[in-house]
Design a protein around this ligand. Structure first.
Ligand SMILES: [Fe+2]
Length: 238
């Protein structure tokens, strides 16, 4: 009986080897671009950002899988490979291509059962599905919920600020741009099904809301100061 458990368990060393493979794959995708990797500076397009996102999704999906009774090995390995092809394939095929990369890796490393490999690849292929999460397996759902959660919250806000720099926007636009993170976050959370993901999502959304409100208060003050006019919070001397 112990054999079965050993067959499906992914060790820490195996997980680290997968992470290294995925990082190297992403870095090579950017390096081999015709424009010499100029796009690596666009936040969503850098290997470092993508790898960080992948690790966040792996951790988040592990938490969701544990709480929701899913197979954590399938979910975590699928999370590690879910965006491996993101920087080399078009958006609408990156999930399928990621599943192909995952299959090649898993069939040539270790001794994973065919059922495990099939389930991992199914979740990787499913992750860009736009329909209701009730239509995919529990393991796919855990991955997809985690993928969405990483775009919501402080991390999603930081990414938006990086994008503003890339687009040469001034920080005067910050509140407006963070509002986009908030609105998109609400849409993302509408798709989430599990209680675990919903709880994490609401906590994160609250942080974005606070940040937006703080920006609105402070940036408005600064705008008024620059114009040499009293700000809303200051009472002009009579
Ligand atoms: Fe993703």
């Amino acid at each position: 009986m112990g054999v079965e458990i050993k067959e499906s368990a992914v060790t820490t060393a195996e997980r680290e080897a997968m992470e290294q493979f995925v990082y190297d794959y992403l870095a090579a995708s950017v390096e081999s671009e015709d424009d010499g990797g100029r796009m690596r500076w666009y936040p969503w397009h850098s290997a470092d950002y993508r790898f960080n996102h992948i690790k966040n999704v792996a951790d988040l999906s592990e938490t969701i899988a544990e709480n929701e009774g899913a197979d954590t090995d399938i979910v975590v390995v699928a999370a590690l490979f879910h965006d491996v092809a993101k920087l080399e394939a078009p958006q609408d095929t990156h999930a399928e291509e990621g599943a192909t990369v995952a299959r090649e890796y898993l069939e040539s490393h270790g001794d994973y059962p065919a059922t495990f490999i099939d389930a991992v690849c199914q979740a990787v292929a499913d992750h860009s599905f736009q329909g209701p999460l009730s239509e995919v397996s529990l393991e796919s759902r855990c991955l997809m919920e985690a993928d969405v959660l990483d775009k919501v919250g402080a991390n999603g806000s930081a990414l938006m600020l990086l994008r503003m720099g890339y687009e040469s926007r001034t920080h005067m636009d910050a509140a407006q741009m963070i509002d986009r993170v908030l609105e998109r976050g609400k849409d993302h959370l509408d798709r989430v099904e599990s209680d675990t993901a919903e709880t994490i999502g609401h906590k994160r959304l609250k942080r974005v809301k606070w940040f937006k409100e703080w920006l609105e208060a402070e940036v408005t003050d600064m705008e008024a100061d620059e114009l040499g006019e009293p700000s809303e919070t200051e009472t002009p001397a009579e």
